[in-house]
Each structure stands twice: as C-alpha cells, then as structure tokens.
Design a protein around this ligand. Structure first.
Ligand code: MG
Length: 275
C-alpha cells in the first residue's frame, strides 16, 4: 500500500516536472528585424542560442534562371509524386494523405505527411512553390520542411524579402545549421531542392559512430556542404542523438501554410561509407 502511494507520488512529481518543462515560456526578441530567442539552449559552438536572431543572416545569392526544374527522374529513381495523386503518402497514423492535388502540384494541408516507403541514404529531388501573395513574416511565411527519416528537417520557408533566425532559414538544418546562402526565388515561382542525405550510424551501445549528413543544393546553389546534423531537429532544440532504425519515411511538413510540391523522386543509395 505504502509502496503504491510512494510510486503514485513520484509519478505525480515527474508529471509536474514534465509539464513545467513543456510550459516554460521563452521570450521572443527582435534584433534588426529578425525575431527569435536568446533564452533557448546554446548551440555547441557556444556562440549562438538556438533560433538566435543575432546569428548572421545567410548572404543573398540570386540564382541562375534555371537549374533542375522539371528534371526527369533517372531510370532507377522512385517517383513519390508525379503530379497525379498523393497515394504514395499518408499522415503519421497511416490514413490517406489529406493534401490536395491542384494543377499537378500537391498542396500542404491539415497535417504532416510521410512516404509509405522508408529510405536510408538517398538522393532526393523535389520542387516547391511558396504561396502568393506572401502572408505573415518570419517563420510564419510559407513554412514547410523536408524530413529525412521523418526526423531530420531541411527547412522549407519563404525567405525572399523575409528575414528569420538563420538556423531556420530555407535550406537550413532546422535549429542547427543555417544555409550557406539565401538563393530564394520570389513566392509563386518553382524552386528546386537536390539533396544528398546519409543516415547516422550507431554503435552497439547506441553511441554515434557517424552522424547524419546533408548536402543541399537549392536552386542550383549549395547551401549545405556535407553538413552533419547534431541529432533529430526540433523547435528550440539544438539536437541530440538517440539510436534509431536504419531507415525511415520521408516526411513533408504542414505548418499552417499552403506550400505546393511537385516532381518528387528519390534514388536510394548504396551504403559505402560505413566506418
Ligand atoms: Mg519547417
């Protein structure tokens, strides 16, 4: 009896602690037109908070007139969206993806979606288009994201004439690594992502042997150069690894904005970089 009461009391304390942690309010600050936080956990570099508005903005680079728009998938690619339907995707509960298909593009709505197939190392091509006229600002403008293994986000955002904290800019490894440049096209224009992602490798005791990496070419401009993730990405979270399966679905984020996607294909890559 006594034991039950003690266990119940401990459980209540744990719940309250968890609640206290999840309800801690961080205070938004705006510096030079960028809104973010300076009371969030520090990045391991010791210089910047997660989503720090003072972290330098990526330099704007006007992309070339075209790069890989409408790139035809190679023969061995797995096409995840060919303009017709969203049958290769579900919500996280396995229900049909609630995104609509409009003029050959799938448009984010209601919830995140994940691919039915799981992948490890991949080459990904996709194209996205930000809504026009642009609404809201910062992280509220055209927010979506590409989640490798449904854990590691390469940010999708409308950063054309829209400042946000650097580690959340388009092409950023969200909350961790800002893009090396800002080659955003204006909203309403199709933009391309060509991304190489390699999975993390864990040892027998769950230790990280090699982290996950992403190389991101955005509108023909390299914005991540074989950059390591510090763990799964998250809001106000600098990243921390935990061991997980060797494959996972590709995820696309719904973040209260209608972002369009087209021409999505992947090439699963053979693992050649085992340590
Ligand atoms: Mg996002």
């Amino acid at each position: 009896m006594k034991k039950t009461i003690i266990v119940a009391a401990l459980a209540a304390v744990a719940t309250n602690l968890a609640l206290a942690q999840t309800t801690t309010k961080n205070v938004e600050v705006t510096i030079d037109g960028v809104t973010g936080f300076q009371d969030t956990p520090m990045q391991p570099d010791g210089k910047w908070h997660t989503h720090d508005p003072a972290r330098p903005q990526p330099p704007i680079v006007t992309p070339g007139a075209s790069f890989s728009e409408n790139a035809a998938p190679p023969a061995d690619a797995i096409v995840l969206f060919d303009g017709k339907d969203v049958s290769d995707w579900t919500d996280r509960k396995g229900n049909p993806a609630p995104w609509s298909v409009v003029d050959g593009a799938m448009v984010s709505a209601k919830t995140d979606i994940v691919s039915k197939q799981e992948f490890g190392d991949v080459q990904l091509h996709l194209e996205f288009r930000e809504p026009t006229p642009p609404m809201d600002s910062g992280q509220g403008r055209g927010n979506s994201g590409v989640f490798f293994m449904d854990k590691y986000e390469v940010q999708v955002l409308d950063c054309y004439s829209n400042k946000t904290y650097a580690d959340g800019a388009t092409g950023g490894l969200y909350g961790q690594h800002p893009p090396l440049a800002n080659p955003c096209r204006p909203p309403g224009e199709w933009q391309t992502y060509d991304i190489i992602f390699t999975v993390p490798h864990f040892g027998a005791n769950g230790e990280v042997i090699t982290p996950a990496y992403a190389t991101v070419i955005f509108n023909g401009v390299m914005v991540q150069n074989h950059q390591a993730f510090r763990g799964p990405t998250g809001w106000k979270n600098p990243g921390k690894y935990y061991p997980h399966a060797a494959t996972g679905p590709l995820g696309l984020q719904y973040h209260n904005n209608s972002v369009s996607f087209r021409n999505i294909w992947v090439r699963p890559l053979p693992v050649v970089n085992d340590p």
